[in-house]
Design a protein around this ligand. Structure first.
Ligand SMILES: *[C@@H]1O[C@H](CO)[C@@H](O)[C@H](O)[C@H]1NC(C)=O
Length: 142
């Protein structure tokens, strides 16, 4: 007759074996998924966005700015994902109409799409007269 402790241990060893097979699968899963996801990075280049202007006041970073400051508001998704580093002191280079300008990011723009930015009047005037209203802009945060 088989001793009773062997029949008790067999399922436990079977379970440990099964768990050891599962563990590497669990750890490997996120690695195999990663190449399929496009993680937004703060330094991604943005092209063909809408560049509008607004009259700055108290911004989402808690700083107060005026029309003559070279500042910009970025779309809400980027702002909220990188709020701390943006509000610490982050600038972007904006290019439009063959010109470029460096502007500090101090606010979020709820109406902006992923490639859109909202500039102060001073920053907008680097590229065109305010009467133009909307620019086609390329920009990247640095
Ligand atoms: C913000 O960063 C720029 C360089 O990107 C630097 O010239 C400037 O002094 C910084 N301002 C503050 C308040 O730290």
């Amino acid at each position: 007759m088989v001793p009773s402790h062997i029949s008790l241990l067999a399922p436990i060893f079977a379970l440990i074996f099964l768990l050891s097979m599962l563990l590497p699968t669990v750890h490997a899963a996120p690695i195999s998924i990663q190449p399929l996801q496009k993680r937004a990075s703060l330094n991604d280049a943005h092209t063909g966005g809408r560049g509008t202007f607004f009259f700055p006041g108290l911004g989402a970073c808690g700083k107060t700015n005026g029309d003559n400051d070279m500042i910009v508001a970025v779309n809400q998704a980027v702002f909220q994902q990188f709020r701390d580093v943006i509000c610490d002191n982050k600038s972007m280079e904006v290019r439009a109409n063959g010109k470029s300008a460096t502007v500090q990011i101090v606010d979020e723009c709820p109406g902006c799409g992923p490639n859109d930015i909202d500039l102060s009047p001073a920053a907008f005037k680097v590229f065109a007269d305010e009467s133009v209203g909307v620019l086609t802009v390329d920009w990247n945060i640095f």
